[in-house]
Design a protein around this ligand. Structure first.
Ligand SMILES: Cc1cc2nc3c(=O)[nH]c(=O)nc-3n(C[C@H](O)[C@H](O)[C@H](O)COP(=O)(O)OP(=O)(O)OC[C@H]3O[C@@H](n4cnc5c(N)ncnc54)[C@H](O)[C@@H]3O)c2cc1C
Length: 238
């Protein structure tokens, strides 16, 4: 396994609690839209075993040609050891990056694509939207629905409705409106539904989508293939 130690080149304060860390792209490193990495902090591999409290999965919120690996995360006042350290890092500090993999590449199947997310889950979708804007081939249209109760919505420069690009972006701040809208979107029985957020959020969304007649094959989750049955298996017991 290759570990890349790379420097932070910029830190963007997206909202009072959300930061994007831009990390130098190691030479030759490329990734697909929807990819995630293992992000690790100094000292994570100092002992016999990797120190898990210094490692987290993070989506890459950028595309390869942006030339930086973007990591967008919420850091609350009460936070883990990982985020307590991350918060203190500055431009020039190094972080480790390894195991890059995408579970949620853009499916170009001449269908409508729906991106359902909660909070910083939107970061996973930023590269999918950019990829679609750059090349709309075999994607009919795209619709993003994000719920964030803080109302500090993210990436509003990209996530704004653009009829010429066949892109709709909706931000909502409460569950009632959110799930009403999910039901409306699920009226498209042929659509592809990407869902990113906490496991509880995934389960709630999947329940609504399946109830509305969407098939598990139409639902994309940022999970490894072997984890998918836990979320997408339909209970047929009577
Ligand atoms: C494929 C994949 C992609 C992912 N992509 C991203 C991504 O792009 N961005 C991202 O942010 N996360 C992402 N995650 C989730 C990420 O790996 C972390 O699990 C998540 O950010 C939580 O981080 P944390 O455990 O450091 O906890 P924190 O975020 O620090 O804390 C989690 C919660 O616990 C509370 N808490 C923590 N410590 C304390 C304490 N001492 N006292 C009281 N309350 C406390 C916090 O307030 C918070 O509500 C991804 C996960 C996967 C599997």
């Amino acid at each position: 396994m290759q570990i890349y130690w790379s420097k932070i080149n910029k830190i963007i304060e997206e909202t009072p609690e959300v930061k994007t860390y831009l990390v130098d792209r190691p030479e030759g490193l490329t990734w697909e839209e929807g990819a995630h990495i293992h992000l690790a902090l100094e000292g994570f591999n100092a002992g016999d075993k990797p120190n898990r409290s210094l490692i987290r999965h993070m989506s890459i919120s950028t595309l390869t040609h942006e030339d930086s690996i973007g990591i967008t995360t919420r850091i609350k006042e009460q936070c883990s050891e990982f985020k307590t350290i991350l918060r203190t890092l500055e431009v020039g500090n190094e972080v480790a990056i390894f195991k890059i993999h995408s579970n949620v590449p853009l499916r170009r199947e001449d269908k409508n694509v729906y991106l359902l997310s909660s909070g910083v889950g939107l970061a996973t979708f930023r590269p999918l939207v950019l990829d679609y804007f750059e090349r709309a081939d075999n994607v009919n249209q795209m619709h993003s629905l994000n719920i964030d109760s803080s109302r500090d919505f993210l990436f509003t420069d990209i996530f704004k409705t653009a009829t010429d690009k066949k892109f709709i972006s909706q931000f909502v701040d409460n569950r009632k409106t959110y799930y009403e809208e999910v039901k409306n979107l699920a009226a498209d029985k042929d659509g592809l539904f990407y869902v990113v957020g906490s496991d509880e959020f995934l389960k709630d969304n999947i329940e609504v989508l399946l109830e509305q007649g969407i098939n598990p094959e139409q639902i994309m989750l940022d999970k490894r293939e072997k984890q998918l049955p836990e979320f997408l298996t339909v209970d047929v017991s009577i």
